[in-house]
Ligand binder design. Structure first.
Ligand SMILES: Cc1ncc(COP(=O)(O)O)c(C=O)c1O
Length: 422
């Protein structure tokens, strides 16, 4: 009999990578059961999509109710009130004490594309600055902005012009805030006149790039640079949003507001929905018909997102994220005492990561991180790696995870890390 893996390999492009060979059958909150009835604890959450857990009852109830009324009219043809209401809610919730407007699209990459379109239309400028190690999606502008060549850009030809990269400040890897800002100033002197720059786009905590939080001093300096040169600041909150970092949006940690915020993933708790929210006058720069898309703001995604926002508030998921994150980091700190490969434990709220080096070379060890991941998978815990060097394990468990499931996962994690040493 042909295995599912063989069928997958025969039927699907290898370009779609797969972190596991588990075929999902059923999910609930932080657990996944596969086709053979084997249970896994999910510390990936569909890559940061189900912060409110798999199939949260409130999200599912909202979706079921919507299914019984209508599933698609295209908001650009026959609009619906829920779309308007969700925009009102996001305008009120997104960082920044100024009038805001929102558009809905379907994926994170599409949100990024649209933020760039809006920034260009609003400023009449072309250039965009992003950061090394950043990830912004797999469309052409998303790829161009992404600060990692393999596997995201290799073989895909010329990237859109006028995209520049500055180094992201990571003290652990020898790049201080001052060095990063100096590199930005050098970019302005050597490569692009700041008067031509439409926007700077940054993840408040780099996601795929390794879960490195941007220091507040850096964010404040970026805001000042943007104000000085009339550049817009775009916060890509696709991975950091919706209580993951202990705040609804990660930018709230810095007490400065971006001009535009991109969001997706956990916005709709497992249904495809993305958004751009920003200063009203900037959001209005593109002309009618310049923004949108057939499925943008699907009624199902919109209904789910309303429920997600309710759940985050009712279940106090920002506080819960902080509690879970500190328990995870404490446990990792105690594991570190016997595992010298651990060189860093970090991350705000429940957006945490552990980074590994080889003890003999003191160089990043993707091999060690991968061993931990595979050991955990064997024991029934799904983990994801990340980072430019692939030596980071990132933790993205649902914030609704039950205490006993969380405790079980921490025991598996410890055993998996310790075993990776042997
Ligand atoms: C920060 C960030 N931006 C954009 C994207 C792209 O989102 P999507 O995969 O929904 O297109 C991602 C996806 O991981 C992301 O983490």
């Amino acid at each position: 009999m042909t295995s599912l893996t063989d069928r997958k390999n025969a039927a699907i492009s290898r370009g779609v990578g797969m972190a596991t060979q588990i075929y999902a059958d059923r999910t609930e909150n932080a657990e996944i059961w596969d086709k053979h009835g084997r249970r896994y604890i999910d510390f990936a959450a569909g890559i940061a999509v189900v912060n409110t857990g798999h199939r949260h009852p409130k999200v599912i109830a909202a979706v079921k109710e919507q299914l019984d009324r209508f599933t698609h009219t295209c908001h650009q043809v026959v609009p619906y009130e829920n779309y308007v209401h969700l925009a009102e809610r996001l305008n009120a919730l997104a960082p920044g004490k100024f009038a805001k407007k929102t558009i809905f699209v379907t994926t994170g990459a599409e949100a990024v594309e649209n933020a760039v379109k809006i920034a260009r239309a609003a400023t009449g400028r072309q250039a965009i600055i992003a950061f090394g190690g950043g990830f912004h999606g797999r469309t052409f502008m998303g790829m161009a902005l992404t600060g990692k060549v393999v596997p995201y850009k290799v073989g895909f030809g010329s990237m859109p012009a006028d995209v520049f990269h500055a180094p992201f400040p990571i003290e652990l890897h020898g790049v201080s805030v001052e060095q990063s800002l100096a590199a930005l100033r050098k970019l302005f002197a050597a490569d692009v006149d700041p008067g031509r720059v439409a926007a700077i786009i940054i993840e408040p905590v780099q996601g795929e790039g390794g879960f490195y939080p941007a220091p507040t001093a850096f964010m404040k300096a970026l805001r000042e640079i943007c104000d000085q040169y009339g550049i817009l600041l775009i916060a890509d909150e696709v991975q950091t949003g919706f209580a993951r970092t202990g705040k609804l949006f990660a930018m709230e940690h810095h007490a400065i507001a971006p001009d535009l915020t991109t969001m997706a993933k956990s916005l709709a708790g497992g249904f495809p929905l993305a958004a751009v929210t920003g200063r009203a006058e900037i959001m209005d720069a593109p002309g009618p018909g310049g923004l949108g898309g057939t499925y943008g703001g699907s009624p199902i995604g919109i209904a789910a997102a309303h429920a997600v926002l309710d759940v985050i508030e009712e279940e106090q998921l920002c506080e819960r994220a902080n509690q879970l994150g500190s328990r995870l980091k404490q446990r990792l700190a105690s594991i570190r005492e016997k595992v010298p490969e651990i060189v860093d434990i970090r991350g705000p709220g429940f957006m945490n990561a552990v980074e590994f080096n080889d003890v003999t070379t003191n160089q990043p060890s993707a091999d060690f991180a991968n061993k931990v991941r595979l050991n955990a998978l064997e024991r029934g815990l799904i983990l994801l790696t990340c980072g430019t060097h692939g030596n980071v394990i990132r933790f993205l468990a649902p914030i609704t995870i039950q205490d006993e499931v969380f405790a079980e996962a921490l025991d598996i994690l410890e055993a998996s890390i310790v075993e990776a040493r042997s």
